[in-house]
Ligand binder design. Structure first.
Ligand SMILES: [Zn+2]
Length: 422
């Protein structure tokens, strides 16, 4: 123990560039939120504070004037007051940690008497850090912040960095998790850019342990948040009130703009309603068209199938016709050759027939001549016959008359004979 005490340990906790790096967002997991702790600089309360009025160029070991000296000093005091406010709020909600109220700060005029010192510096690659000049209580916590801090981020962020260093000065190490249970920055991991970062319930619980409860066996130890304590950022009432007021104002503005937006939306909605009606109609129409097309399509398919059948039949017919055609073509060529032959024969026959006709015609003329001659002869013969017949008839008639007279004479002679005898 004594060897550990004599062993002068200079621990440097640096809030390094990690503050700028993006934290991986980790909610408190099943394991409780945890943080490193180290013994407090002093158990004598209030804690004595000294703010250096001049800046130090650490690389050259000489003082210089930082343009932000005043801002840094007033910001550091503001952080000290805010620590008290945060404690009030925390103790108000968790009275069991009321001893935290005993931690307050007084100024001292000699830096060697101080438990916590605050100094602006200029040092290559440094943002801010806190030196512990001893491993075990009592020791002096020395906070250093780079003069160019204001050039590196917002005033809220610088404020958070200083509060982070105060946490170190009170004996806090770094927390294990980047965010509190309510999604806020864990002060002992980093500071937010756009708003002030306050200590978490874990940080305040740890400070209570450091000052009033925990018995350290090591210079650095780890403690976890008890189960009954919600892990969240502890925002002072006045800050929260200010924040709420600002949010309220913002909400009021937003409500107004939302109202205006609503009006616009109603207009849009009316338009949209029209559009929906139109689309519905269009939809219905298209659906109907679709149905019609479906029916038409089915009919066409049927027709197509029908045509296909007909086509196949036609194919068959065509092939048959083609066959016939082939055959006919063959026949035709045969006929043509045959036809030539027949024609020739026909010609010859006709020629022969003509000849025969001519000769017959000639014969016929001769016949006609003969006939005419015969007719002439026949007429003459007929006339002659008639004359002969008439002559014969006249002769017969005369003969008959003569005979008749002769008979009558004979009959009269006979009668005279008969009468004479009597
Ligand atoms: Zn740190």
């Amino acid at each position: 123990m004594s060897s550990a005490v004599s062993k002068l340990l200079t621990l440097t906790l640096m809030l390094a560039l990690a503050l700028f790096s993006s934290f991986s967002y980790v909610h408190a997991s099943a394991t409780s939120p945890r943080i490193y702790i180290t013994p407090p600089p002093s158990n004598a309360l209030p804690l004595k504070v000294y703010v250096y009025p001049t800046a130090l160029d650490a690389d050259h070991g000489e003082e210089f004037t930082c343009q932000y000296q005043k801002e840094f000093a007033s910001m550091f005091y503001d952080v000290l007051r805010s620590f008290r406010k945060v404690v009030f709020r925390f103790v108000d909600e968790h009275p069991e940690f009321h001893r935290l109220l005993e931690i307050w700060f007084v100024n001292v005029s000699d830096h060697s008497e101080a438990d916590i010192t605050f100094r602006v510096i200029r040092q290559e690659g440094v943002i801010a850090y806190t030196n512990f000049t001893g491993a075990w209580t009592p020791y002096q916590s020395q906070i250093y912040v780079a003069c160019n801090l204001f050039d590196r981020g917002s005033a809220e962020w610088v404020w958070g960095v200083i509060f982070h260093e105060l946490g170190h000065a009170l004996g806090l190490g770094h927390a294990f998790q980047d965010r509190t249970g309510d999604g806020k920055f864990e002060l002992m991991r980093g500071a937010a850019e756009n708003e002030k970062t306050y200590p978490s319930t874990l940080d305040l619980y740890a400070i209570h342990e450091i000052f009033f409860n925990h018995s350290f066996r090591e210079v650095f130890e780890i403690i976890a948040l008890p189960d009954g304590l919600e892990y969240k950022m502890v925002i002072p009432y006045d800050a929260e009130l200010r924040q709420l007021r600002r949010e309220n104002e913002e909400l009021r503005h937003r409500v107004k703009s939302v109202e205006a937006e609503m009006d616009k939306l109603w207009d849009h909605l009316r338009n949209a309603s029209d559009v929906i009606t139109y689309l519905n109609d269009e939809n219905r129409r298209l659906r109907q068209e679709n149905e019609d097309l479906r029916v038409m399509s089915a009919a066409l398919e049927e027709q197509a199938a029908d045509l296909w059948g007909q086509l196949q039949t036609a194919d068959i017919i065509i092939s048959r016709l083609q066959e016939e055609n082939e055959m006919l073509r063959a026949n035709l060529s045969y006929c043509v050759s045959l036809g030539l032959e027949l024609g020739e024969k026909c010609n010859q026959t006709i020629r022969r027939l003509v000849n025969e006709y001519n000769s017959l015609n000639a014969n016929y003329s001769v016949c006609l001549d003969y006939l005419a001659m015969y007719q002439r002869n026949a007429n003459w013969f007929k006339m002659w016959t008639w004359i002969m017949a008439a002559t014969a008839l006249i002769f017969a008639l005369i003969t008959y008359l003569v005979m008749k007279r002769h008979i009558r004479k004979l009959e009269e002679e006979l009668d005279q004979l008969e009468g004479g005898s009597s």
